[in-house]
Design a protein around this ligand. Structure first.
Ligand SMILES: Nc1ncnc2c1ncn2[C@@H]1O[C@H](COP(=O)(O)OP(=O)(O)OP(=O)(O)O)[C@@H](O)[C@H]1O
Length: 627
């Protein structure tokens, strides 16, 4: 056996995607313990909620919809009542012309009722099409707004993004909600009209009819439950699959995928995940089939009973022949309407399950929205103080920041260094109030961030994060982030100059108006370092009392880096600056350096102090030089 063969045989196969299983409150399907009647009794509440949401977006359309439903019902009742009238004349023992003449008024009313029914159906559909797009937009915007507004700590909670994924399906389902509700109401109205006429014809017909459609209704609700159960089991996998699809197909990551030979693995992984989702869906097919067969068989038997009852009533003379003929039409109408009631009722019930997920997420997000207080922050901040601050991410055992005390004065540049995972970025998030300390306090000129209005705090901060967004916006908006300070572009160009980007931007086809997204038609793309310069320009443009730069120059050339640090020094007097960096040479510009390890500050001093102290900083500097 050759070495190559042995090596090949020993290569492990790619592992399948990890199965995600929820624990705690999300581990249990909300329907798991809901009985049939609990499920059925949801319908009025769902209808009520739909009407309230629709009312909020277009009152006129809701009123039109309701009016049309009433008209449709009235038309159906008139149709049936006058069918009986027309039948009585048409089946009478008289010459044909006399019969037709007698039936004419009823036939005219029938034509008018049929016309009214059709017009109101068309108008109802128009009203529903006016409501639906806006309802979807409202639900979608509410979801995006709620997600953007939660405390950042919520993103680290287990199950948060899966709940968000579930809520997204709810938004999509909003599209069918009004149509489902409208069809359900139309069917109910028609059923009441036909049922009323049938009851008048003979009381026995109604219960027999109800029996005929009951199995279909029960079956539809049980089937919706099975579908939702499968959907619930698949949420986690679908969420991961969505993320994988995004990362795998995004042109920005195409080089990494190709040059690392990952395409085959990604496709295997994507397919494996899709097949696992399919397996769960297929696994529920036999249950669905059993439900359908049972409901179909029972429905068929009961339907035969209905026709037999009608035949028996007519044969035994309990109802006269014209009435029996009308009953025939009424039974057909009522049956169709009843079937629609159960089908649309089940559809609404099904939709309600997803909408409940959407509402649950919105409630969850609202509970996690900042509720800190209304203290404001003055335009100029002179001091930021941290008193014994501790922060632990949800689900983590060790704190990421563990008892840090610190004082930062206006005009000071502070450098934060330390090995990966030592808590540097978390510290900056605590200083800016993105995260709130579990213990201890962060005070801006004496104001505790835990009691300050978040917008007031973030108006005073500018942050260049490690992982920044490359917004598909024009250059100008990428710098101002849609918050212009003046009517002209002077300040924008000033920020561009501060990061040495003027030449690059002047060469773009539309200068500040160039769209920075190669994926979009007419868009242009910047290099990694150019993007990083732009993100620094974005922070400098804000002119805030606190400037935080987390690894701001990691992708920049020497000229860019030099330019940025010159600018930081030039601006330093007017603000507090924090630079997080692994390029230890860059910390020379800082007035003070703190060194972090396991969430604690273990060294604090100037570059020269720390270099001669012989601690971690000195060791890291020596390592950087040892090439
Ligand atoms: N969103 C998060 N959820 C859970 N744990 C997190 C989260 N972000 C960071 N951590 C953990 O907190 C600790 C500190 O992370 P932090 O990002 O603050 O380190 P850092 O010093 O900035 O690291 P680096 O030099 O790699 O940027 C790490 O153990 C990390 O795994």
């Amino acid at each position: 056996m050759t070495d190559a063969l042995t090596a090949h045989e020993e290569t492990p196969p790619p592992p399948p995607p990890a199965a995600i299983e929820f624990e705690g409150e999300f581990g249990k399907n909300p329907l798991a313990e809901a009985g049939f009647f609990t499920m059925g009794s949801r319908l009025p509440a769902v209808l009520g909620a739909t009407v309230r949401m629709a009312w909020a977006v277009d009152r006129a359309a809701v009123l039109l919809l309701v009016l049309c439903q009433i008209l449709t019902g009235a038309a159906a009742a008139v149709l049936l009542a006058f069918t009986a009238e027309a039948m009585a004349h048409l089946l009478a023992a008289a010459p044909v012309s006399a019969r037709l003449h007698g039936a004419l008024p009823a036939l005219i009313v029938l034509a008018l009722a049929a016309g009214t029914g059709r017009i109101s159906t068309a108008l109802a559909s128009y009203a529903s099409s006016r409501i639906t797009p806006r309802l979807m937009t409202e639900a979608d915007v509410a979801l995006v707004a709620a997600t953007c507004r939660v405390e950042a700590a919520a993103y680290s909670e287990d199950g948060f993004s899966d709940r968000q994924e579930a809520a997204e399906i709810g938004t999509v389902r909003t599209a069918t909600m009004v149509d489902d509700a409208q069809r359900l109401m139309a069917a109910v109205v028609r059923m009441v009209a036909a049922g009323g006429v049938i009851t008048v014809l003979h009381w026995m017909m109604l219960p027999v009819l109800l029996l005929a459609v009951l199995p279909a209704g029960t079956g539809a609700i049980l089937r919706a439950r099975v579908d939702y159960e499968t959907h619930y089991l698949n949420i986690g996998d679908r969420n991961v699959r969505g993320m994988m699809r995004w990362w795998a197909t995004l042109p920005r990551h195409g080089d990494e995928v190709r040059a690392n030979g990952m395409t085959g693995y990604l496709l295997y992984w994507y397919r494996a995940l899709s097949e696992r989702i399919d397996q769960r869906t297929l696994g529920s097919a036999p249950r669905r089939l059993r439900i359908d067969l049972t409901a179909g068989a029972l429905g068929g038997i009961f339907l035969m009973g209905t026709w037999a009852t009608l035949a028996w009533l007519a044969a035994t003379g309990r109802v006269p022949l014209p009435v029996a003929a009308t009953a025939l039409v009424a039974v057909q109408t009522a049956l169709a309407a009843l079937s629609q009631v159960v089908i649309q009722g089940a559809a609404m019930f099904h939709t309600s399950l997803y909408l409940a997920d959407m509402r649950a997420f919105l409630t969850m997000a609202t509970e996690r929205a900042p509720a800190r207080g209304a203290l404001t922050i003055p335009e100029e901040v002179h001091e930021i103080r941290l008193d014994d601050v501790v922060y632990r991410y949800p689900g983590k055992e060790q704190p990421a920041v563990d008892g840090v005390s610190l004082r930062l004065q206006r005009g000071e540049i502070l450098a934060v260094v330390g090995e990966n995972g030592s808590g540097k970025s978390t510290l900056t998030k605590l200083i800016t109030g993105i995260l709130l300390a579990d213990k201890g306090r962060v005070l801006w000129d004496g104001t505790d961030l835990a009691r300050a209005d978040v917008d007031a705090v973030w108006k005073r901060t500018a942050l260049v994060p490690q992982n920044f967004a490359t917004w598909p916006l024009r250059v100008r908006e990428n710098i101002t982030l849609g918050q212009p300070k003046t009517w002209d572009d002077d300040l924008v160009w000033k920020a561009v100059d501060a990061v040495g980007m003027r030449d690059t931007i002047e060469e773009l086809p539309n200068r500040l108006d160039s769209l920075l997204a190669r994926e979009l038609y007419g868009g242009v793309e910047l290099s990694g370092g150019q993007w990083q310069r732009l993100v620094c320009a974005r922070a400098l443009y804000r002119q805030t009392p606190l400037l935080i730069l987390d690894e701001p120059t990691s992708q920049m050339d020497a000229r860019g880096e030099h330019q940025i640090f010159l600018e930081i020094k030039r601006l330093a007097a007017a603000c507090m600056t924090i630079v997080v960096t692994h390029q230890l040479e860059n910390t020379r510009l800082a007035d003070r350096i703190i060194v972090m390890e396991h969430g604690r500050v273990i060294e604090d001093g100037t570059y020269d102090d720390l270099l001669h102290a012989g601690g971690l900083f000195a060791e890291l500097v020596a390592l950087a030089k040892d090439r």
